[in-house]
Design a protein around this ligand. Sequence first.
Ligand SMILES: [Zn+2]
Length: 453
Amino acid sequence: MKRTTLSSIAAFILLCSISNSVWAAEKVLVEKHVLSNGLTVLLYEDHTLPLVAVNIWYDVGSRDEQPGKTGFAHLFEHYMFEGSKNVPNGQFDKIISGMGGYNNASTSNDRTDYYDVAPSEGLEELLRLESDRMGFLKEAMTQASLDKQKGIVKNEKRQNYDNKAYGGLIPALSQTAWPEGHPYSHTTIGAMSDIDAASLQNVQDFHARYYRPDNAVLVVSGDHDSAQTLKLIEKWFGGLKAPENLPVARAQVSAVPAEFAQSRREKTVVDDKAQQPYILMAYRVPGLGKKDSEYIGVLADVLGGGRTSRLEQSLRYDQHLVLSIEAGNWGLQAQDLFLIEAMPAPGVKLETVVGAIEAEIRKLAEGGVKPEELGRTKAKLRTARVLALEKVDEIASALVEGQAVSGDPLMFEKQADAVMAMQPQEIQSAAQKYLVPSNSAVIYIIPKSGEPK
Ligand SMILES: [Zn+2]
C-alpha cells in the first residue's frame, strides 16, 4: 500500500475476510461495458449518499515478476502517485483530499488496485486523474522521482518486514508453502537488491506492458447516472490505446506438484524483536472464485472466527494454551492459503499448540459441523454483507474483484447464495479434503531468548 502496509498478518487476514464477506441481501444491478480499446467498465448506482467511488484493477501483481525484478508491481504502485503529464507531482492526493475525498492503492500477489472516493460532483475529476496516469505517466517519469519512491519502498520493507517483530512471517510462509520458483513464492515487497536495481527504463516498460486499458477493469459505484458516466468514461479513457506488439506477460500459476504436497513443510524463524513465539499454519485451498472456494470462509469462521469459534473456545478458554488464535484466508487467485495463526500462552510448547489445533480440525473432519454452528456463521456473513453493501468503495471493490477473478462482477452474490444453501455435510467434506497435514506448511517464530522449555 501507499501509505500504510500490513502491520501483521492479522491485518492481512482482516482485509481478506472483509473482501470475502461482501454478500448481498438484495439483488445488485450492475451494468457492464467493454470499450473498443478493451477497457472493461462496471457501473453500479446507489443514491443513498452523495458519494462516488472509482476503482481500477490492473491485472498485474508480484506473481508476474521475473527473477531479479521482484517488488516491481508494488514499486510501480508507488510510482503511480508521482505525477503524470497533466497532473503535476504531488497533486493527485491534494486534488482528491481538496474535494473532501480520499484515495489509496494496494498491491497483492495477483493484482494492483487503485481506489478513489469523493462527493458525487467530483466524479469527472476522479476519472481525469485516473485516465492521466493510465495513459500519460511516461511523460512525467524522472530519475529523481523513481529514486524517491525506491527509497520509500525500501524504508517500507525495513519497517514492515526486516526490522519489525514477526516481520519474517510472510516471507517465510511464501517460501515454505510454495515450491521454489513458484509465482507466489516471493513476497510482494520484493528483494532489496531488486528494488535498488530498478531502472527508469524498467519502470517505463512495466507501465507499457501492464497499465493499459485492455488489462484493467474500471468500476464506478455510488451516486451517479450510469448513462452519463459512460459518456465521461468514453471521454477520458476512450482515446487510450493498448500498445501494439507488446502482449501482457502473464505468469502461469500451475498447481503445486504432487511430490511437493506429500508432507507438511515447516520453517522456524528466530526473531530478535518478538517477545512471544508465534505459529502460522497454512493449508493450500482453492483460489478465489474457484470451485469449492465458497467453503473456505465458512471453515474459517467455524474454526477461528471469534469467541464462539471452535479453536478459540477450545485452545484459549478451555485449555488455556494460547493468548490468541484466529483463522482466515490470504485471498490468492490461482490457489489460496487457509491460515490459522496462534500466539501460545507463556510456557506452552509450540508442538502442543499445533497438536491441539490439529485435534480440533480432526474433530470437524470426523464429526462434522452442528447445524446451529453453521446457522450462526450464515447469520454473521449475512450481516457483514448488508453492512458492506452500504459502502460505495466496498461494493466497488467486490464488483471489480468478481469481474477480474471470474469474469462475473456478481461473483460475491453467487458465493453468498452458495453459502446460504450450504449443508453441514458439505463443510465436513471440505475439511476432509483440504485441511490435511500433507497439504500444509507451518511457520514458527521463536524469540531470540528461545522457546519455553
Ligand atoms: Zn507500499
